[in-house]
Write a protein that binds this ligand. Structure first.
Ligand SMILES: [Zn+2]
Length: 278
């Protein structure tokens, strides 16, 4: 009897505790839900943004912005390797060598080649692996570009083709045959500036395109041409250039050059007219 009464009491207390537990849990749930409903989503976004901003400030202090020369060029010894006239059936192999050597480059690609769907995979690969893909006109025909005023329209078309293929938004172009004498008229140069297009010629002509089966001469031309701390080397997607490339890279490494990675924000002018607006 005693034990059964005790059992009854225990059972009642157990029920009470269970009810109390349920009430406590409900209250907690309500507090949580009210908190969720009243919390300002903008406030939490703001908090995230603030912490991201704080983080980048920390990173900025660790990595100070790269110093530049008065003319906008980077400090130190920097070489930019550039390859014109692609994409081609060799693009993939150029990318393999560059990857193997851990070097970034600039490809100035031609619209009529960019339209070939079988070559587009490697255009994407180039940007994905950190190379810059800029424009080199649609037709590469001197008369069209410089006599018939098609320079800007052709470059715009090529740039938007690159954007369609890669998702990047490049502004840098290389004038076929160089900017001189084609872009001599101030009118066409104003048109280029107005279109937000930037132009790069080169400081070293490797003359690779005429040196079929003679990669050693390409290497020699590059070595002989190297005189400044900042160099931009003109090359093409040719098989002799592909053969010469490892030695060219080794030469610049030995001379203490860094391989420049072009980005639009750090553009510096490099054209045969010394036009600082291009
Ligand atoms: Zn070309």
């Amino acid at each position: 009897m005693k034990s059964s009464r005790n059992n009854n009491v225990k059972l009642r207390m157990k029920k009470k505790r269970r009810r109390l537990g349920l009430i406590v849990a409900t209250v907690y749930l309500m507090i949580f839900l009210i908190g969720e409903l009243t919390s300002d989503p903008e406030e939490s976004i703001h908090q995230v943004a603030t912490s991201v901003a704080e983080q980048s400030i920390i990173q900025d202090t660790i990595q100070p912005e790269k110093q530049k020369r008065p003319d906008g060029k980077p400090m130190g010894k920097v070489v930019y390797l550039t390859f014109d006239d692609g994409p081609s059936i060799l693009t993939n192999q150029f990318l393999d060598v560059l990857k193997e050597q851990d070097v970034k480059a600039i490809f100035f690609m031609q619209g009529s080649n960019l339209q070939k769907t079988n070559l587009q995979k490697n255009v994407k690969r180039a940007t994905k692996e950190g190379h810059y893909v800029g424009a080199h006109s649609m037709t590469h025909i001197y008369k069209n570009l410089y006599d018939n005023g098609q320079f800007v329209p052709e470059m715009n078309e090529t740039l938007s083709l690159i954007q369609d293929i890669t998702g990047t938004n490049p502004k840098l172009v290389r004038p076929p045959y160089g900017s001189a004498p084609g872009l001599e008229s101030e009118q066409i140069r104003n048109q280029i500036v107005g279109a937000g297009i930037k132009i790069w010629d080169w400081t070293i002509d490797s003359n690779d395109w005429v040196l079929k089966d003679n990669p050693n001469q390409i290497v020699e031309n590059v070595k002989k041409g190297t005189k400044h701390e900042v160099e931009v080397v003109l090359m093409h997607e040719k098989s002799q250039t592909l053969q010469a490339l490892p030695e060219i890279i080794a030469f610049y490494r030995e001379k203490g050059y860094e391989f420049g990675v072009y980005n639009d924000a750090d553009h510096f002018s490099l054209n045969f007219y010394q036009d600082k607006y291009l």
